[in-house]
Write a protein that binds this ligand. Structure first.
Ligand code: GDP
Length: 444
């Protein structure tokens, strides 16, 4: 899967990986090559542009981690953006609702619709232990209903008995009625395909949709057709409304253009991937795993993740040591503020703490929002190193300069200095308590 794209990308990144230091021009050159590789893989142009822009921005703005090379860090960024492009989290097929729930299978002829219908039926029966019925609504292709029946016999899934001469909507209604009477959980409706999208096909699918109210309308598309698959999905979504995509023939897809563009262009998730003709060659689509396979750099990605985790821990330990000594200067306050915004700001931190709902509204009212933190950070940043180490030197004229530099008024500078003083005092007290060996008021 995606072999040719994968080969090209690993060629590009192998060069980058070995570099000790990375200049901006190295990143730019690599991104130019990535852009070409993605376009050759038939990824839609706007998606490629957006991808390159995001990766470049993040690469320039990222903090340098110890123990990994900048090249490795860029690979991690590319990996994360690939996952985002593929749709972040895996989403699987939905069967929830009042049974029998209908799943509508739509798509062009030859896309693998009937095969995928049977694959899904098998999986829902065996893995999810659901009672599943399949019905072919394809009255145009003479052997279509027969084909589904044979597949049903192979996998042990019931198909709706064929009545010749019935119209698709009537077959769909009959299937739903039969399923209701016989206690089925799910009905898979395999609609007729055409070679191209045409209005009579869409009208037929819409009529079936309105008669059965499906919980899922899955578009089956052939990944080998690249951007055509994406355009078909867009068209079906506009006219019928789809809930997701099943991408077939991924086993033969060396390029990956359809898979990589589908989510970004249509806004609909790829829910399932077909990897062969056999009835169990169907998988949930996991963006993380797919990105991993495309990039083939799993080792580098986990290395960078570990390094990022360690650096944060090292920061925290350094801070803890200083605090134990009762030291707390404005640099420490600033890194606390930065840590805070890394964790998603005040709200992010609060959301991590359980049972804090009431405090949240109090804090909202007090105006302690993230903008305040950002301003405080700006104030500290417009001080000199010496001022940050020894805040007592900050006199009136220095205050004026700092305030102007941060774009705030002098009272705000005063407020920050006061807050820092109180915090520093508290740190000192706490460190003294620590030296005493036990907390006052507690039995030793
Ligand atoms: P339909 O006209 O859309 O219903 O297409 P079919 O289900 O009849 O499939 C057409 C052909 O594609 C059949 O020979 C299938 O076995 C084959 N096929 C379907 N899905 C896949 C897949 O994921 N990989 C491969 N290699 N072949 C597939």
């Amino acid at each position: 899967m995606f072999d040719s794209l994968s080969d090209k990308l690993s060629g590009i990144f192998d060069g980058l990986k070995r570099r000790g230091a990375l200049k901006e021009s190295d990143v730019t050159a690599a991104m130019r090559e990535v852009r070409i590789a993605l376009l050759e893989a038939d990824v839609a142009l706007p998606v490629v542009k957006d991808f390159i822009k995001k990766v470049s921005e993040k690469a320039v703005g990222s903090t340098v981690l110890k123990s990994v090379t900048p090249g490795q860090q860029v690979i991690k960024i590319v990996n994360d953006e690939l996952i985002a492009m593929l749709g972040s989290e895996a989403s699987t097929i939905n069967t929830l609702g009042v049974p029998p729930t209908a799943i509508l299978m739509v798509g062009l002829q030859g896309s693998g619709k009937t095969t995928t219908t049977a694959k899904i039926a098998k999986r829902l029966t065996e893995k999810d232990k659901l009672k599943v019925m399949m019905a072919s609504l394809d009255v145009r292709r003479p052997a279509a209903q027969e084909q589904l029946k044979i597949l049903g016999e192979q996998i042990g899934v019931k198909t709706l008995p064929i009545i010749n001469g019935q119209m698709p909507v009537d077959i769909a209604r009959r299937a739903m009625d039969a399923a209701r009477l016989q206690g089925f959980d799910v009905v898979l409706l395999d609609t007729a395909g055409r070679l191209h999208i045409d209005q009579s096909l869409m009208a037929e699918v819409v009529a079936v949709r309105d008669a059965t109210h499906p919980v899922e309308t899955l578009l089956v598309a052939d990944s080998l057709t690249g951007q055509d698959a994406v355009n078909v999905a867009k068209e079906f979504d506009a006219q019928v409304g789809i809930t997701g995509v099943a991408l077939t023939r991924m086993d033969g897809d060396g390029r990956g253009g359809a898979a990589l563009s589908m989510r970004a262009v249509t806004g609909k998730p790829i829910k399932l991937a077909g990897y062969g003709e056999k009835m169990d060659a169907l998988e949930d689509f996991h963006p993380e795993r797919v990105a991993g396979r495309i990039l083939g750099m799993g080792d580098v990605v986990s290395l960078v993740e570990k390094a990022a985790a360690t650096i944060e821990q090292a920061d925290a330990e350094k801070m803890a040591k200083k605090m134990a000594k009762g030291e707390f200067d404005l640099d420490d306050l600033r890194s606390q503020l930065q840590q805070m915004s890394k964790l998603g700001g005040m709200k992010g931190v609060l959301n991590m703490l359980p049972g804090i709902g009431k405090m949240k509204s109090a804090i909202n009212q007090s105006g302690m929002d993230d903008k305040v933190f950002k301003r405080q950070e700006a104030i500290i940043s417009s001080m000199t190193t010496m001022e940050r180490k020894k805040p007592q030197v900050i006199n009136a004229s220095r205050k004026k300069r700092i305030a102007a530099g941060a774009g705030v008024g002098v009272p705000e500078v005063n407020k920050l200095l006061k807050m820092h003083m109180q915090m520093a005092k508290m740190m000192k007290k706490m460190s003294r308590m620590g030296k005493g060996g036990r907390m006052p008021g507690l039995p030793g």
